[in-house]
Ligand binder design. Sequence first.
Ligand code: NDP
Length: 334
Amino acid sequence: YRRIALARRPDGAATTEDFSFETDPMPEPGDGEVLVEVQWMSLDPYMRGRMDDAKSYAAPVEIGGTMTAQGVGRVIASKAEGLVEGDIVTGMTGWASHAVLSGKEVRKLDEGTPPSAVLGVLGMPGFTGWRGLHEYGRPKSGETLVVGAATGPVGSMVGQLAKAMGLRTIAIAGGAEKCRIATETFGFDAAIDHRAHDDARALRKAIAEAAPDGVDIYWENVGGKLLEAVLPLMNVHGRIPLCGAVAWYSGDVSETNLLPMAWRSILTKRLSVNGFIIFDHWDHYPAFLKDVAPRVAGGEINYLEDVAEGLENAPGAFIEMLKGGNTGKQVVKL
Ligand code: NDP
């Protein structure tokens, strides 16, 4: 079977040389295990963190170890109770053509669920948006929300849920095409191209114009100059669900330093800033599916997928995604 391993730890942005392609003998399932043929795999920003040897909420991938990923695939051999050949399951299959997993670590897909949606709109990223918005954003009708990486699976979920609750929603996205998608596909009231505003001051001016009543919720996906631009625009008692900071994942922290002034806003505005890791919240996943799955099926909540073809194209798609090369949830079709 084929797998993609971590060849070395990246210095700054990841490159294709940081990955290696390995071919190993086909693994066999032991008692309680299944062998899965992977059909879809997810590429997520958090994977860049797993490539570093830094202390985090999850252990790094070892050099030579298979890159981690959630996947969807078909059971082709089973020694696990309740699972038979042909079942379509999801689990942590890794960047690989096949995986042996414990029957307890995989979940059978519900009838009618599009397999790749389990990696995006109805999976971990969509759930992150839903849970974080309700728990930490505490949205109220009439308020204003700003979110970066707005056409991705997290940002687009946050934007659509907030809009449906009567908030004014402002997307920050990379490029004119993504801005068009943000308003047309995901219903944002305004979209701002962060690439067209090359410093935090210019970006702040553009956001201020789109948010005449200030910002009540800043959903933090990005960090960097967007964080600097938004913080001074926050209203008193604003909320900041701190979900991620993808602009800083590759270590390319910008030299412009408005951050001390910007962070002071947290103090003076008495803001609630909540860091959160979705792993702590899985007990709410059934409630998420109950709310969101029918709204996806009914077309009220839209989603986009960016499909890379073939395991061999996973590293390139991953590297591009961290720079904004993806439009929508990045998946790989094997
Ligand atoms: P996306 O599919 O949106 O991909 C990442 C996007 O980040 C890119 O497409 C790009 O969009 C944007 N981006 C990259 N660099 C920059 C930059 N310098 N400035 C502004 N935008 C940038 O990712 P997801 O929706 O999967 O994830 C969004 C965030 O949520 C990430 O930070 C991720 O780590 C976090 N997350 C956190 C979880 C948790 O438990 N806390 C769980 C899941 C996700 P564009 O071209 O529009 O700029």
